[in-house]
Structures are given as structure tokens and as C-alpha cells.
Design a protein around this ligand. Structure first.
Ligand SMILES: [Zn+2]
Ligand SMILES: [Zn+2]
Length: 346
């Protein structure tokens, strides 16, 4: 099969012909029909992810058609249309037993712990607990845009933030994660303040339901601006970028007993950001993480998509070929363009 392979970190990836994968006894091989290009892939490529062993095939936001099925798989057959969350569970550890496959002790992450979906085929483990069936009406490009940023945002807003109608939600960073969170928070009835430094991204944030925006490059104090707009601070605030500044601002703009949810990854030199801990104590703030979402929680999100309350297809920026994915991956840190880039030609 054709695959995007890199043999050293930060070295240019290449299109190569590699052996077709075969399914694990508990897994499937999926013919990739669409795969998103994500900043996590960029982090992996530059060497920020210790799970990656070289040579490596990136790609974790995928949707496709089951091609081959391992002998122990009971729920899936060739021809099924599927997607997966970016963290797959083992099914046997205490976290999986408690239903929290997103923090499994032995995670399967395509494109990180194993070869990913920047390829014609991808091998997926523990298919019976990790695969998600696609509704007939959902196209592969939209489905590919769900598995990482959209589900992580859904978990951040709904399951971790427990956002409810009428609350104020601040979203720091309006890339794929942030825009997803804005759409989801708006759909559950919250009032959203979007924060970014790019006017085109703030315009998209307003189009997706943000009732107020803050251009962080134009105001002196971002947290003060959000507190003023929200008349006392956000109930729930997300760092959707993953940067010490946005993390700090997100905690600082909370009202008393508010919840900060860290969604953007904090890696390398950003891994230990400054936290206004005196504020956390005095105001009884909560600091939470969001790390993908279990396959069994997709149902709630899918129902909101099918009913039209969530429209992830609005977040798709451009569709590209597998050849073009190399450029898209290696320039991901420039934050060019709006929305999610998806590979749709292999
Ligand atoms: Zn991703
Ligand atoms: Zn597990």
C-alpha cells in the first residue's frame, strides 16, 4: 500500500510503498477513505511524542470501510463504515472496566503507538470496543473530522466541563478544537466568548455561535476583557490551543468555582506552564483535562449531529491528496487557514 512515512523526526516525510497490514486477532484493517491533518501529527513528527517508534506513519483522525476482520472480532464485518476515537482502550485494565477507555492503561493510538492513517489501509486494535459505526447519512470527510478535536471538545464541554444552558463558556484559541468547542457549547445552550489573535478565526467563531469575541492581540488584559463581557467571569473556560499564555488566561478569567478544561496539548517546553494557583484556591476553581472520548460516548454526540444541532462539516477547511498531506503536516505550526484539513484522495 501507499503510505506517508518518516524515518527521522523533523525530516521530510515521503510517500512509500509498504506491506499491506493484516488484522490482529482482535482487530480489523480499515480502508482509509478520509483522514484529518492535526497539530498532534505535527507534534509527533517533530519528536514530542515518546510513543512513536521510527520509521512511522502518522494519522489518527480517520474514517473508512472495514476491509478485513480478525478471528476474535464479533461486531464488525467487511464493508462496515466506521471511525475510531484517537485513543483506543485495551478493554482489560481498571480504567476500561470503569468505562474510561480514553485514559486506558494500555492505549492504542493509531498514528502514535502504531502506524496511522496517512495510508491506504490502517490496522485498528480491539475493534469490538473501539470502533464506531457511521450513520448512513454521514460522509467520510465529516466522520474523519470527529475522532480527535471534535470528540475531545465534546468531552471537554459536556462531560468534563458539565456545561449547562445559560452558563458562560470562554474558548481560548479558535483552531479546529476551539471552533468545535464553540459549536458544542452553543448547542447545549451556553453563551460563548471566543478568544484568538486572528480576525478571520474570530469571524468563523461568531458564525458558529460565539456571542462575543476578544482579539487577544488588541486588548491589554485578555482575562479582564472576558470577565467584563461575562459580568464576573466564565463558568467554564477552555484552553483549546495548548500554550502557557492561553492556559493562564483561561484559568484567570473564571468566576468563582469555575472549571478550566485543558484541551490543547502541552508538550516539550510548554509542558509545565505557570498556573495562578492562589486564584485556584481562593475561588475554588477546578482544573480538568480532556483526552479524547470513549467509543461508547459517541452515541450522544452522533444524535446531536443527526438532529442538526451540531454540524461538524462546517469546520472542514480544505480537502487534499495524500501527496499534499506531507506539506500540510510539516507546516502545521504556522496556523495557516481556517478549519480542519482532510485528506480525501489516496
Ligand atoms: Zn488530532
Ligand atoms: Zn484499558
Amino acid at each position: 500500500m501507499k503510505a506517508v512515512v518518516y524515518e527521522a523526526f523533523s525530516a521530510p516525510p515521503q510517500i512509500m510503498t509498504v506491506p499491506d497490514p493484516t488484522p490482529e486477532p482482535h482487530g480489523v484493517v480499515v480502508k482509509v477513505m478520509a483522514t484529518g491533518v492535526c497539530r498532534s501529527d505535527w507534534h509527533g513528527w517533530v519528536g514530542h511524542d515518546t510513543d512513536i517508534q521510527l520509521p512511522h506513519v502518522p494519522g489518527h483522525e480517520l474514517a473508512g470501510i472495514v476491509e478485513a476482520v480478525g478471528r476474535d472480532v464479533t461486531k464488525w464485518k467487511a464493508g462496515d463504515r466506521v471511525t475510531v476515537p484517537f485513543v483506543g482502550g485495551c478493554g482489560a485494565c481498571p480504567e476500561c472496566h470503569s468505562g474510561n477507555h480514553q485514559v486506558c492503561d494500555r492505549q492504542f493510538q493509531p498514528g502514535f503507538t502504531h502506524w496511522g492513517s496517512f495510508a491506504e489501509y490502517v490496522s485498528l486494535h480491539r475493534a469490538d470496543i473501539n470502533l464506531v459505526r457511521l450513520p448512513e447519512t454521514m460522509d467520510f470527510t465529516t466522520a474523519a473530522s470527529l475522532g480527535c478535536r471534535f470528540v475531545t471538545s465534546f468531552r471537554a464541554v459536556v462531560d468534563q466541563g458539565k456545561t449547562s444552558a445559560g452558563q458562560w463558556v470562554a474558548v481560548h484559541g479558535c483552531g479546529g478544537v476551539g471552533l468545535s468547542a464553540i459549536m458544542i457549547a452553543n448547542a447545549v445552550g451556553a453563551n460563548v466568548v471566543a478568544v484568538d489573535i486572528a480576525e478571520d478565526k474570530l469571524a468563523l467563531a461568531r458564525a458558529l455561535g460565539a456571542v462575543a469575541t476578544v482579539n487577544a492581540s488588541k486588548v491589554g488584559e485578555v482575562a479582564e476583557a472576558v470577565i467584563e463581557i461575562t459580568r464576573g467571569g466564565a463558568h467554564v473556560s477552555l484552553d483549546a490551543l495548548g500554550h502557557p499564555t492561553t492556559c493562564f488566561n483561561s484559568i484567570s478569567n473564571l468566576r468563582k468555582r469555575g472549571k478550566h478544561v485543558q484541551v490543547g496539548l502541552m508538550l516539550a517546553e510548554n509542558s509545565t506552564p505557570a498556573i495562578p494557583m492562589s486564584r485556584v484556591i481562593a475561588n475554588e476553581l477546578e482544573i480538568l483535562g480532556s483526552h479524547g472520548m470513549q467509543a461508547h460516548r459517541y452515541d450522544a454526540m452522533m444524535e446531536m449531529i443527526l438532529s442538526g444541532k451540531l454540524a461538524p462539516q462546517k469546520l472542514i477547511g480544505r480537502t487534499i491528496t495524500l501527496e499534499q498531506s506531507i506539506d500540510a503536516l510539516t507546516t502545521m505550526d504556522r496556523f495557516e487557514g481556517t478549519g480542519v484539513t482532510v485528506v480525501t484522495e489516496f
